[in-house]
Design a protein around this ligand. Structure first.
Ligand code: NAG
Ligand code: NAG
Ligand code: NAG
Ligand code: NAG
Ligand code: NAG
Ligand code: NAG
Ligand code: NAG
Ligand code: NAG
Ligand code: NAG
Length: 867
């Protein structure tokens, strides 16, 4: 009897132990659920780095009796659920519910023994003949069901949650339209019903099934009776036409696949933030799409939202009418020029469902191209829907002509991002942005509408204007002549006068700089916004971190001092730039760098963690880049894929500096040694000691010093002190050539006569031997088309004349697409002529040409001072 009791007790203990072990597998940091295992009410599946977890949850603010299986952010302060499995079939909190990977190779959610949700993968698992199926949660938030792949490796993928999204678009996912074989398959996101109810809601987001590459939000499901609620506008290579102030591209968002209008294949928006889980796009229950960023304290910050005012919702004003926002955001509708309300009762505004129609026909109908039409210019537009893309039309004038030549064309628009777009028929969903953003639309109207008033009145106007202009010009000339001296003096002083160090610190970084212009509601939400202070380190801490600036910790030396590796008391690795007391970098450059970089936040810019000013010491503390600089590390070691992604990364960083940071920064010293590489070989632009901010709408900056690195400086900057964003483009062109060829520009002094890398590249290119420029160590394995396209782009970037160089948005566009045709570069005359005997003459002639073209580009002369 006692033996039996003991045996029973032992069995019980064993059972308890087994139970304990079983639970421990799940409750711990398990990243895998194997076949036959299950996830109970309190268990979690955690991603390897602990960023995401899969568990049952009760939605905050929802029915406390309902439980859903979902993927959640582990670090967020409040419950954040980017993916839900059984959204329409909750399990009861009181039941014995679980999730299990079955022997047949399926993930199921069970309420007792009843299967309420399943992945339907048994047949594909059987077809693939996989043995043990496992469920893994990745650090990107993707839940993957895969077959066995031998020893530890993942086998064929059977199912992934990224293919079955709920309401959240995460980095690594794609928004796909697949129209192959005449069937339409697309990624659709569906909102929750309400904040506390994950069940299928009213709104759906996805790509336009017609293949225009626009994103839509529909009310009432993705097809059938759904009505459009919001339209992103055309993709302009770095941003959507309807959201012009956000270059989504700089955050890794881009369109891949067949270009619009050839949309009979696969087109995907991908959002590749490397391994980032900082961003998410969510389709809210009320139909608003919001992009959030995760801050260090676990809070989510709104980066952008659409739509936020009635004008941004789809076609509020009806056909051929434009919407402008009133003072409190309400929609104000007006007919386009040459149009009148369809329903005269609508004159008073308010009900605009009927839209507008042409007051009079254009007069070119029945193939009657009478020439009696012109174009009314409409600036700052969200371009209308249903555009036709003229893939072969390469500039504004050609686009205009193509519209003139076709009577059914009612409007056109051209920009480098969108290319040539024309419209036939009604113009739908037009919004005028209030802040000078957006695109130019040219509306075809009868010529009579372009002439204002009678001829007599026009004559009088012309005469008056001419007289006024002459008087004003004469006055200005006189004033200028008188004040020239004084202005010059003032500029010199302005260049030197900067606030004292005390007034600069602590630096505050305004988030506004990061998120671009705000829409009214956002401004309110962030007005009192979060600001973060740049930490000040004491000299003692920095000295201790770097082993008292020991030689062993030295990473390198720049023009202005030494850079050391350090380890902060918290264990964080940092790079410490200590400016030498005798260095040329004065307090001015130092403050410049601190102010600038503290305001800049981008993945492809090196991050400033803090600074230290103590007595004579001026020290900057940066994030540590284990792979050092491109200069020290790159050449000869990297494969083509990495090199291309480095080129793309630098382009993103530059795009952010030139356009998206809202500060409009010209770096002025872009070179290989200023490109740092992180652990994953992502490039980061560093060293902002020379950078200058272009304020507001300015296109120019005065400086009293010419600085930079020979070999990377554009001709107009090196020789005449003129600089603009296009001087950075020049340096970027040199960088591309160096990365493709694997050779430093400076190494060319002793080779191939006295040509530099530009002349060398041009000669090879011109002789149709461009592929000889590609680094021999990667020539066999790289994509020659891609590499040659890079060389082509580089040659455009290093054009002698700033105006001939593309801007960064264009570079980004052209690097990313195979389809657009690049213009032919002109020969680099500076480089070629400098090597010939009539050197001086060549430079002189070019200066004269240069003066003409530069003035057209809004560059200014910098006063030259020795350093
Ligand atoms: C599995 O198949 C059933 C029946 O066809 C369907 O109702 C359910 O939505 C499918 N589940 C998933 C996750 O696709
Ligand atoms: C499946 O897993 C079990 C236990 O882990 C193991 O014994 C078996 O060999 C596995 N089967 C395959 C096909 O990998
Ligand atoms: C399209 O059809 C072809 C031939 O019928 C087939 O080989 C191909 O796999 C199909 N593609 C897709 C995506 O269904
Ligand atoms: C569209 O609406 C009509 C009437 O409301 C309804 O009969 C029909 O089933 C709906 N179609 C779809 C695809 O929802
Ligand atoms: C993401 O991180 C993993 C591991 O650190 C690395 O192997 C991979 O290359 C990274 N991916 C990208 C796109 O940076
Ligand atoms: C939709 O919901 C979001 C989040 O709750 C809110 O910020 C936004 O103002 C709402 N938009 C509208 C149009 O109601
Ligand atoms: C607007 O006009 C449509 C059609 O004429 C009508 O059905 C609707 O009720 C009107 N709406 C308002 C708010 O007046
Ligand atoms: C062609 O246009 C001109 C000017 O608008 C008009 O006078 C003429 O009648 C038109 N001819 C036809 C055939 O429509
Ligand atoms: C005229 O333009 C419309 C739309 O812009 C286009 O659909 C049509 O094919 C064009 N016709 C010709 C003859 O080019």
């Amino acid at each position: 009897m006692a033996a039996a009791t003991r045996a029973a007790a032992a069995a019980l203990a064993l059972a308890a132990l087994v139970f304990f072990l079983h639970a421990a597998v799940h409750a711990g940091a398990a990243a895998t659920l194997s076949q036959g295992q299950s996830l109970g009410a309190t268990d979690k599946l955690v991603s390897p780095e602990g960023i995401f977890e899969l568990a049952f949850f009760a939605p905050a603010g929802g029915d406390p009796d309902r439980r859903y299986l979902g993927v959640m952010y582990a670090q967020a302060a409040e419950q954040t659920v980017p993916w839900v499995a059984n959204r329409d079939a909750p399990v009861n909190a009181a039941s014995a519910y679980s999730a299990a990977v079955t022997a047949a190779g399926e993930l199921q959610v069970l309420e007792g023994d009843r299967v309420v949700w399943r992945t339907n993968t048994t047949s594909s698992a059987a077809a693939a003949g996989t043995g043990n199926v496992t469920l893994n949660l990745g650090d990107d938030g993707n839940l993957v069901l895969s077959g066995a792949g031998g020893a530890g490796g993942a086998g064929p993928m059977l199912w992934q949650s990224f293919d079955h999204p709920t309401d959240t678009f995460l980095p690594g996912m794609s928004i796909t339209l697949d129209r192959r074989n005449g069937t339409i398959r697309r990624t659709l996101f569906t909102s929750w019903r309400s904040a506390g109810d994950p069940s299928t809601g009213d709104f759906t987001l996805g790509q336009d099934p017609l293949g225009s590459a626009q994103l839509y939000i529909w009310r009432g499901g993705g097809g059938g009776n759904a009505t459009a609620y919001w339209r992103s506008g055309q993709w302009a290579n770095t941003n959507f036409v309807g959201v012009p102030w956000r270059s989504l591209y700089v955050y890794g968002f881009k369109l891949t696949g067949d270009p619009p209008s050839r949309g009979d294949g696969v087109m995907s928006y991908i959002f590749n933030m490397y391994n980032s889980s900082e961003f998410r796009f969510v389709l809210q229950p009320n139909g608003t799409e919001t992009c959030y960023m995760l801050l260090a304290d676990g809070q989510w910050e709104t980066v952008w939202s659409q739509p936020t005012i009635p004008c941004q919702t789809y076609n509020v004003c009806g056909a051929n009418a434009e919407c402008t926002a009133g003072d409190d955001g309400q929609a104000l509708c007006a007919c386009l020029k040459g149009f009148e309300p369809r329903d005269p009762a609508e004159y008073g505004g308010g009900n605009w469902t009927q839209g507008c129609m042409r007051s009079a026909p254009l007069g070119c109908e029945a193939n009657n191209v009478s020439g009696g039409v012109g174009f009314a210019d409409m600036p700052w537009m969200k371009l209308p829907n249903f555009a036709v893309w003229g893939s072969t039309v390469g500039d504004d004038d050609a686009c205009r002509q193509s519209c003139l030549a076709n009577c059914s064309c009612g409007a056109y628009s051209y920009s480098t991002g969108t290319g040539c777009l024309t419209w036939a028929g009604d113009l739908l969903d037009i919004y005028q942005f209030p802040d000078g953003e957006g695109y130019d639309l040219h509306l075809k109207v009868p010529e009579s509408l372009l002439e204002t008033g009678s001829k007599k009145r026009r004559w009088i106007t012309v005469v008056v204007v001419v007289v006024v202009v002459i008087v004003v010009l004469a006055g200005c000339g006189l004033l200028l002549w008188k004040c020239r001296r004084r202005i010059k003096e003032k500029l010199v002083i302005a260049g030197r006068e900067k606030p004292s160090p005390q007034s600069l610190l602590p630096l505050r970084e305004a988030r506004q700089d990061f998120s671009g212009p705000k829409q009214p509601d956002q401004e309110e939400a962030e007005g009192g916004g979060k600001k973060c202070e740049l930490p000040l380190f004491s000299f003692e801490v920095v000295a201790a971190a770097t082993g008292d600036f020991s030689e062993a910790n030295k990473l390198g030396e720049g023009g202005f001092g030494h850079v050391y590796k350090g380890r902060l008391p918290g264990g964080e690795e940092v790079a410490v730039k200590r400016l030498s007391r005798s260095s040329g970098q004065g307090l001015e450059e130092f403050k410049n760098e601190v102010i600038l970089i503290a305001k800049l936040q981008h993945r492809n810019l090196v991050k400033l963690l803090g600074c230290c000013i103590q007595g004579e010491e001026k020290i900057l503390v940066y994030e540590y880049m284990p792979n050092k600089s491109l200069d020290a590390f790159l050449f000869g070691l990297l494969d083509w894929k990495t090199r291309f992604s480095i080129i793309e990364g630098i382009a993103r960083g530059l795009l952010y500096l030139h356009r998206d940071s809202r500060l409009r920064v010209v770096h002025r010293d872009l070179k290989a040694s200023n490109i740092l590489l992180d652990r994953d070989m992502n490039p980061k632009i560093s060293d902002f000691g020379m950078a200058r901010i272009f304020g507001g709408d300015q296109n120019q900056v005065n400086t009293n010093r010419v600085v930079g690195t020979l070999g990377y400086m554009s001709p107009e900057y090196a020789m005449e002190g003129l600089f603009s964003v296009r001087s950075d483009v020049y340096s970027f062109g040199i960088l591309i050539l160096e990365i493709v060829s694997g050779q430093k520009n400076s190494s060319f002094h002793h080779m191939e006569g006295s040509l530099n890398i530009v002349g060398y590249a041009w000669q090879l290119w011109n002789a149709d031997k461009g592929e000889r420029l590609i680094d021999p160590s990667i020539r066999a394995a790289c994509s020659p088309r891609e590499a040659l396209r890079c060389v082509h782009m580089a040659l455009l970037c290093v054009q002698d004349h700033a105006c001939d160089r593309p801007d960064i948005p264009y570079v980004v566009m052209a690097l990313g697409s195979d389809s657009s045709v690049l213009p032919m570069p002109k020969p680099p005359t500076f480089t070629l002529q400098c090597t010939s005997s009539d050197k001086d003459d060549g430079i002189f002639r070019d200066r004269q040409q240069a003066d003409e073209s530069y003035s057209a580009c809004d560059l200014t002369v910098t006063m030259l001072h020795g350093r």
